[in-house]
Design a binder for this molecule. Structure first.
Ligand code: ADP
Ligand code: 5GP
Length: 188
């Protein structure tokens, strides 16, 4: 069976950037596409970055038991990992990589235990997080404020992860994550 690599971090730290980079390396990784009830942002497409569901559809699938885990990450914005998505990737013989919030990351690690490596990506500071979110230019000012308000709380989750990687220098963070994942997937 393949393994599971979990990435969590406050929004704007650089998870998506790191994960996109890792997928193209020779690590046999496939991205677990989460479901969300938020609207697509920028040029996001259904079935690529997320499966975009209406809030009603999302709630119906919670009732059906379709999620491995789900969270209301921001008010009215549900995010969740579909069991079918993880099964699909493992059946193809790939390792699964997750980009989930801190609570979801801890939950998935608990379910899969030794089969999973959980990595917390740490931002250099809240000020730098604000810079990155503003520079990314994909969120309204009030959305950025909501994300920053949550960031300090989320940083408190770091100790519950197997590894903490500081994303101050992008090349260094890339090297560190590749090396951690390579070692983990080579273990019996
Ligand atoms: P997340 O997925 O954690 O919300 P993103 O991957 O979208 O974050 O990154 C947020 C922004 O920060 C992007 O514009 C990205 O290019 C930038 N970024 C990511 N890593 C670094 C880094 N080490 N130094 C400077 N900017 C970075
Ligand atoms: P964004 O709206 O920036 O794409 O994501 C917001 C937050 O939701 C990020 O912290 C992201 O990691 C998290 N997230 C994305 N998918 C899932 C998921 O399936 N489960 C959980 N718990 N969080 C998720």
């Amino acid at each position: 069976m393949g393994k599971l690599i979990i990435f969590s971090a406050p929004s704007g730290t650089g998870k998506s950037t790191i994960v996109r980079y890792l997928i193209d390396k020779d690590l046999k990784l496939q991205f677990s596409i989460s479901a969300t009830s938020r609207l697509p942002r920028g040029d996001e497409k259904d079935g690529v970055e997320y499966y975009f569901l209406t809030p009603d559809e999302f709630k119906r699938r919670i009732k059906k038991g379709d999620f491995l885990e789900y969270e209301e990450v921001y008010t009215d914005n549900f995010y969740g990992t579909l069991k079918s998505e993880v099964d699909r990737i493992l059946a193809l013989g790939y390792n699964v990589v997750f980009d989930v919030d801190c609570v979801g990351g801890v939950a998935i690690k608990k379910i899969y235990g030794e089969k999973a490596l959980s990595i917390f990506l740490m931002p250099p500071s809240i000020d730098e997080l604000r810079n990155r979110l503003e520079k990314r230019g994909t969120d309204a000012p009030e959305v950025i404020e909501a994300r920053l308000a949550k960031a300090t709380h989320e940083m408190g989750f770091a100790s519950q992860f197997d590894e903490v990687v500081m994303n101050d220098d992008f090349d260094k963070a890339k090297r560190e994550t590749v090396s951690l994942i390579r070692k983990f997937i080579a273990e019996e």
